[in-house]
Design a protein around this ligand. Structure first.
Ligand SMILES: [Zn+2]
Length: 255
């Protein structure tokens, strides 16, 4: 079995004490490639260091995460745009809108997101998109910006069937992670109605560990538990889930 973790922050300090073991467990569990989305200016160096240490299994993306957008976001974006010119990034991420805790920087978040959508278009890179408490604004921007030049993953998708269909219609994939294994997750009710060829798997480690690890630090090896749960929901084998989602990730991110 071969899985791709399309969104994982294993470069974070949560893994500083045991990163080699975490990577080893990922590989032992069939997670052969890990895609590392950036968060803010401070995460670029640790992310690149992790990629340099594990070049065979780690790929990197560049972007400013919406919760980290502040007054100085223009300067941060300028640096990131230069960084992208190096050509080592397989995607633009993570980017998006998040109005869950904080709406102080709503205008700045919208502007930062639009700027980064333009990068993705110009560089023909897929996106890893974070959207929380922001469906209406997200749908509006994607509708306006989608001219056939945008693709990517709605990372950690946990919305309704209608929302899933809107994103699918805009040409995006849905990233399913640990939340899919939680009892109260609505996705299980309509997952069989979604096209499997538009689903990719992710952990969002160290956050949102799947059952039976819920509440603990998440890590890429736990992707197996999410794949298993999805297989149960779809009444297919875990190997089938792995095969299709890996193919989807490889095609989308040109792995
Ligand atoms: Zn993330």
């Amino acid at each position: 079995m071969y899985l791709v973790d399309t969104h994982t922050h294993i470069y974070g300090s949560e893994f500083d004490l045991d990163r080699p073991e975490v990577i080893k467990r990922a590989l032992e569990n069939g997670v052969g490639v890990m895609l590392l989305p950036n968060v803010d200016a401070s995460t670029v160096a640790p992310m690149l260091k992790t990629r340099d240490q594990y070049p065979d299994c780690c790929r990197v993306m560049m972007g400013l995460q919406p919760e980290e957008v502040r007054e100085d976001y223009r300067q941060v974006l300028d640096q990131m745009e230069k960084e992208l010119e190096r050509g080592i990034y397989i995607g633009v991420g993570e980017v998006g809108l998040d109005f869950y805790w904080d709406t102080r920087f709503e205008k700045q978040q919208l502007d930062a997101f639009e700027t980064q959508l333009e990068w993705a278009k110009q560089l023909r890179l897929p996106l890893s998109i974070h959207a929380r408490n922001a469906f209406a604004q997200m749908a509006k921007i994607l509708e306006r910006k989608q001219d056939g030049g945008l693709c990517g993953v709605m990372h950690c998708f946990t919305g309704s069937e209608e929302e899933a269909k809107v994103y699918l219609n805009f040409g995006f994939h849905l990233g399913l992670g640990g939340v899919t294994t939680y009892k109260n997750c609505s996705v299980k009710d309509f997952l069989p109605n979604l096209p499997l060829d538009r689903i990719v798997l992710e952990t969002d480690a160290p956050y949102l560990a799947p059952v039976p690890h819920r509440g603990k630090r998440n890590e890429p090896a736990f992707l197996v538990d999410t794949a298993k749960r999805i297989a149960e929901m779809l009444d297919i084998t875990i190997e089938q889930v792995a095969e299709v989602t890996t193919e989807n990730a490889k095609t989308l991110f040109k792995l």
